[in-house]
Design a protein around this ligand. Structure first.
Ligand code: ADP
Length: 377
């Protein structure tokens, strides 16, 4: 069972203006993959999912489910189960009838309907709720009922659009686990939509990062985090966001490239990809950056503008002459806001991007002028 999206385009017409929601994207989702579409609000995630579901008609392009072209097939004939953010249980039906409803629509008799509804209610650990009505359920119970209803008729794949976004933090974690359990047990593709990159990273086998109707990068969570192919993916995946430091290639000789950024020189071992005077962006993740009060120790010096808590870690913002750098790998105690500090990182951890296109420039090894030992601690 696979889902393939070929050159999918979708435009919406509002009055005289045409709005391009999805700009010719391609996707291939494997037989038991948990595949997530992630990106900022309005980037086209839901439209893509709704085209796969059949709730929207593509302007052009094709949707294949298990090699069958379903582009013009009615949604209820595609065998795909869809779960939305708003749960929309039928308020006048009790839980067992809600769960069994998709079977009723498919003309399955009452005895079998109830038997299968009881089975999935057991699986979702809500067997004691079958006689209750949606108004009597907690948020988590409603969500479990909705998942039970989604899986009751053994769909070919699951499509989920922000199913966790209305839940509080604790419930999110609980229902996230249930969704993963259902996915693993079913061994079918799940296409999942979220704007939350950390949710995408923690749940998915693979992720497509979207922006403005396009796919900016596809890969496993590790691939997108470790080797983002452009500044958009690099900046979107990871929280707090990657630091970007604009620089210029000042020298290129003997297989080394010198980049000047914020007044500092970086020497990178780089065989091709850049020319002298090219604009580049250096990217460094805050979780790889340390801040120390010894102003001689690090790469950049500046004023420690702010220390704030991010979960159980401290995030420092340092004002350097031409911008700011954020650091999440603070090891020194007693750092004070307002003091002069230096910013320390291992140049092996930097990413390099083309300053014009934002595309990643591969660089196998990096060297620093001041020597790595001094950089690290
Ligand atoms: P996302 O799910 O990533 O937030 P959507 O797929 O919902 O984004 O929307 C993509 C773009 O298409 C947005 O600019 C949105 O305003 C527009 N759009 C979505 N649905 C409609 C619609 N029914 N009519 C007109 N424009 C729409």
């Amino acid at each position: 069972m696979t889902i393939v999206v070929n050159s999918l385009r979708k435009t919406y017409t509002a009055g005289a203006t045409e709005h391009l929601a999805v700009d010719g994207i391609d996707l291939e989702i494997g037989p038991d993959e948990f595949f997530t579409l992630v990106g900022p609000s309005g980037c086209g995630k839901s439209t893509t999912l709704r085209c796969i579901a059949g709730l929207e008609t593509p302007t052009s392009g094709q949707i294949l489910v298990d090699d069958e072209d379903v582009t013009d097939t009615a949604p209820n004939k595609r065998g795909l189960a869809m779960m939305f953010q708003d749960i929309a249980l039928y308020p006048h039906m009790n839980v067992i009838d809600n769960i069994a409803y998709p079977l009723k629509v498919r003309g399955i008799d009452k005895e079998e309907r109830y038997e299968r509804a009881r089975e999935v209610a057991d699986l979702m650990q809500i067997p004691e709720l079958l006689k209750k009505y949606p108004g009597e359920l907690s948020g988590g119970q409603r969500q479990r009922t909705a998942i039970a209803r989604t899986i009751v008729y053994d769909p070919r794949a699951f499509l989920m659009d922000e199913p966790l976004s209305d839940l509080d933090a604790q419930l999110k974690v609980e229902i996230r686990k249930e969704i993963q359990r259902v996915h693993e047990r079913a061994e079918k593709p799940t296409v999942y939509v979220t704007h939350d990159q950390s949710e995408a990273l923690s749940m998915s086998d693979r992720i497509a990062v979207m922006n403005d109707g396009n796919i900016m990068g596809v890969g496993t969570p590790d691939e997108l985090y470790e080797e983002p192919e452009n500044t958009f993916v690099a900046g979107f995946i990871g929280n707090p966001s990657m630091n970007f430091i604009p620089g210029t290639v000042t020298d290129r000789s003997n297989g080394l490239v010198t980049v000047e950024a914020y007044g500092e020189e970086f020497e990178l071992e780089l065989t091709d990809g850049v020319q002298e005077d090219d604009a580049v962006e250096i990217g460094i993740r805050p979780e790889r950056v340390n801040v120390v009060s010894d102003t001689e120790a690090g790469r950049f010096t500046g004023r420690l503008e702010l220390i704030e808590r991010v979960g159980d870690r401290r995030l420092a913002t340092v004002d350097v002459p031409d911008g700011e750098i954020r650091a999440l790998n603070l090891r020194e105690r007693g750092l004070q806001q307002g003091e002069d500090v230096s910013v320390v990182f291992d140049t092996n951890d930097i990413h390099l991007f083309d300053g014009k296109t934002g595309d990643a420039i591969k660089h196998p090894v990096t060297y620093s002028k001041r020597g790595e030992a001094a950089q690290l601690d």
